[in-house]
Design a protein around this ligand. Structure first.
Ligand code: ADP
Ligand code: F6P
Length: 319
């Protein structure tokens, strides 16, 4: 049996570990794997080649993706997806592993529903915005990267008795902000899923200063509000010294954590097994630390929600 693997959309630490896992698990079952470069773009341009087990040596510890990734707006059009299906057939490829986020999964769903291409998705995005799985690949590493930055910021903010607004990624999901905020001991966490109450924030910061807190960390998910607005609103209501730091793409790179490497390997094993069993239109995930797979349509229909218990806990811990 011959299958293919591609990485698509925003990259995430652990994508390489997943590619390696797919190649090694498929090889174990005597299946061949084609690596497609630059996501759906490479699929349209026939940028693909056989990957040997040795071709994926030395990548488990690397961030980014050896297959490269790209955005491919054409893929939203039927005629290009038909070309993709033809290219796969011309190469004798019977199954496709797509490593990416919800956009990549939407493309994969179309390919499966329109042309019967057996596709399996591995969730690779730092945003953790796919509701059917507890965690996506790259999230743990990204959170650790943010926590390290918060630690550094805490040092200098405490010395100067300042407040800092740290902007982290997450256009539609507050998970990076929430988890890194809790792990970094943040005083305030702002997520797109909850409205911002500047009056409450100002009261909390003033109270914290009065009871002896020398600094304050505000973790802001990029989708919650612009950094400048947050600073302006705090300055309007307090006399605190406020600074900001935008972490940006730093969060998308770096060596994957142990958790992401193991998760990637477990996801890859399930994805290969599904294709080997002749299944398609599935996405793999993790729930309660067990690897699961779900129908892609059902999975994509689940709305992302922030963990309300964690959000409440963050508020309790921060005062
Ligand atoms: P991510 O997979 O990280 O969410 P994007 O949303 O940018 O990243 O999607 C990656 C690619 O998936 C897009 O460039 C496009 O090729 C494909 N894609 C996204 N949405 C759709 C869709 N509705 N139909 C077909 N393909 C899509
Ligand atoms: O990978 C997801 C993400 O990190 C978002 O949180 C962020 O807004 C976006 O990618 C930015 O990526 P790009 O500039 O590649 O579109």
């Amino acid at each position: 049996m011959r299958i293919a693997v591609l990485t698509s959309g925003g990259d995430a630490p652990g994508m390489n570990a997943a590619v390696r896992g797919v190649v090694r698990c498929a090889g174990y079952y005597d299946m061949e794997v084609f690596g497609i470069e630059r996501g759906y773009k490479g699929l349209l341009d026939n940028q693909m080649a056989l990957l040997s087990k040795r071709a994926v040596s030395g990548i488990i510890q690397r961030g980014g993706t050896m297959l490269m990734t790209a955005r491919c707006p054409e893929f939203e059009e039927y005629k290009y997806r038909r070309l993709a299906a033809e290219n796969l057939a011309n190469h004798g490829i019977e199954g496709l592993v797509v490593i990416g986020g919800d956009g990549s999964f939407r493309g994969m769903k179309e390919l499966y529903e329109e042309f019967g291409i057996r596709c399996v998705g591995i969730p690779g995005t730092i945003d953790n915005d796919l509701a059917y799985t507890d965690f996506t690949l790259g999230f743990d590493t990204a959170v650790n990267t943010v926590v390290n930055s918060i630690n550094n910021l805490r040092d200098t903010m405490s010395s100067h008795e300042r407040v800092v607004v740290v902007q982290v990624m997450g256009r539609h999901s507050g998970d990076i902000a929430l988890y890194s905020g809790i792990a970094g001991g943040a005083e305030v966490i702002l997520v797109p899923e909850h409205p911002i109450k500047y009056e409450d924030i100002a009261k909390r910061l003033t109270h914290n200063k009065r009871v002896g807190k020398r600094s304050a960390i505000i973790v802001l998910a990029e989708g919650a509000a612009p950094v400048d607005e947050v600073i302006k609103e705090i300055k309007k209501r307090t006399d605190l010294s406020v600074r900001s730091t935008v972490l940006g793409y730093i969060q998308r790179g770096g060596a994957p954590s142990q958790a992401d490497r193991v998760l990637a390997s477990r996801f890859a094993e399930r994805a290969v097994s599904l294709l080997r069993d002749g299944k398609g239109g599935r996405v793999v995930g993790v729930r309660d630390n067990k690897i699961i797979d779900d129908d892609i349509k059902t999975a994509l229909a689940m709305p992302h929600k922030v963990d309300e218990d964690l959000y409440q806990l963050a508020n309790i811990l921060s005062v």
